[in-house]
Design a binder for this molecule. Structure first.
Ligand code: XLS
Ligand code: CA
Ligand code: CA
Length: 437
């Protein structure tokens, strides 16, 4: 397949000394690290919306990249888009893709025709998957672009809009199942509010949970065996989104007894928008048994919005893969590049440079995370720091055997206590030395 990206050949691993910019220097798919191949650890996915659809439009100007794929008819464009997607994944050796319903086929003026179009494109995608072995990491419904969702979808103020959203979720689930998807994402793009002056927050949250419960029940009834994810994001497009961050989403899922059915899809750029580090969000998800999948990208710390850049920060990638390895690795999840080339990066090759940068950054991140774990000094430091909780008083407190009054007696008897150094600078240097070598 060489129809849509004729100037780029297959990207191959050439090692870190290669000066070929269209090669991998770290991503060696079949190399084994910590008992699995890099391909199995990283489970890279292409985001259909950024890569195949978005043309670089921003609030100040039209697109800079032509994504018509040589066709003028919208359905022919959608078919070519699918073919181009598989050419790109083949050339980059990417095994998975993620899509919204509206990415793969254009919406018509009624739902019946829209769904017919989706089925037609799904036929083609199934054929392309069959021929290539590529798979769907997760599917989702776009419940935020159309004006009907301007007040929300699952949190809409009118029941009719809620019904439309439910119909779209049902169809997106059917597509995901049909294409063998390993996951299904809820990202609440308009599920939030602009002002409390017109908002019934209680009803909106209850309804969002209702939609999610219906989705789980229906998906399981049609044979979906994969994972459901909620993807936290604090704001943008709404001023305040209900799925603010990992902690908020975990609380929501527990409140509505959805915590056994959902994990989290953590996006790096959303973490920093929420005022957290990427690793903080991953850690919180992991220690709650809910680290499901990851949207690998990065923001720009000088800008306050979701820039969705291809990830190049080696430290962030290393800490991300550290959390993934500590969590036992991905099961149904993976690393989806929810990332786009900059608007000014407008040549055909630029998207390849973007993916190569992201894939190599995470391949290196995986190697470094493994190195940190194998080295063992960081983990040992933390174990030692909390050693007093494993015996004597600490062990008895953890076992719930000590009262507040008894603790007071212990403190009074001691008069005062000493505690050691946190040694942050020592640890930062240890990590630098492990990373830089
Ligand atoms: C937008 C989100 C979105 C989700 C899927 O900021 O990242 O792309 O990943 O709807
Ligand atoms: Ca995302
Ligand atoms: Ca984003």
């Amino acid at each position: 397949m060489n129809a849509f990206y004729p100037s780029v050949g297959k990207i191959r691993y050439e090692g870190s000394r290669s000066d070929n910019p269209l090669s991998f220097r770290h991503y060696d798919p079949d190399a084994v690290i910590a008992g699995r191949t890099m391909r199995e650890h990283l489970r890279f996915a292409m985001s259909y919306w950024h890569t195949m659809v978005a043309e670089g439009t921003d609030m100040f100007g039209v697109g800079t990249v032509d994504k018509h794929y040589g066709a003028s008819d919208p359905m022919e464009q959608a078919r070519n888009k699918a073919r181009a997607a598989f050419e790109l994944m083949d050339k980059l050796d990417i095994d998975f893709y993620c899509f919204h319903d509206r990415d793969i086929a254009p919406e018509a003026d009624n739902l019946t025709e829209t769904n017919r179009r989706l089925d037609q494109i799904a036929d083609l995608l199934a054929e392309l998957q069959q021929a290539s072995g590529k798979r769907v990491l997760w599917g989702t419904a776009n419940l935020f672009s159309h004006p009907r969702y301007r007040h929300g979808a699952g949190t809409a103020c009118t029941a009719d809009v809620f019904a439309f959203a439910a119909a779209q979720v049902k169809k997106a689930l059917e597509l995901t199942v049909r294409l063998g998807g390993a996951g299904y994402v809820f990202w609440g793009g308009r599920e939030g509010y602009e002002t409390l002056l017109n908002t019934n927050m209680r009803l909106e949250l209850d309804n969002l949970a209702r939609l999610m419960r219906m989705a789980v029940d229906y998906a399981r009834s049609i044979g979906f065996k994969g994972d459901f994810y909620v993807e936290p994001k604090p704001k943008e497009p709404t001023k305040h989104q209900y799925d603010f961050d990992a902690a908020t989403v975990i609380g929501f899922l527990r409140q509505y007894r959805l915590d056994k059915d959902f994990k989290l899809n953590i996006e790096a750029n959303h973490a920093t928008l929420a005022g957290h580090s990427f690793q903080h969000e991953l850690r919180l998800a992991r220690i709650n048994g809910m680290l499901g999948s990851i949207d690998a990208n990065q923001g720009d710390l000088l800008l306050g919005w979701d820039t969705d850049q291809f990830p190049t920060n080696i430290y962030d990638a290393a800490w991300c893969m550290y959390e993934v390895l500590k969590g036992g690795g991905f099961s149904n999840g993976g690393l989806n590049f929810d990332a786009k080339a900059r608007r000014a990066s407008s040549s055909l090759e630029d998207i390849f440079y973007g993916y190569i940068a992201g894939m190599d950054t995470f391949a290196l991140g995986l190697k470094l995370a493994d190195r940190i774990i194998q080295d063992g000094r960081l983990d040992q430091f933390i174990t030692d720091r909390y050693a007093s909780w494993n015996e004597g008083l600490g062990a008895r407190i953890r076992a719930g055997q000590v009262s507040l009054a008894e603790l007071e007696q212990i403190a009074l008897a001691k008069g005062d206590v000493e505690t050691g150094s946190g040694r942050q600078e020592y640890l930062e240097t240890l990590i630098n030395n492990l990373i830089i070598g």
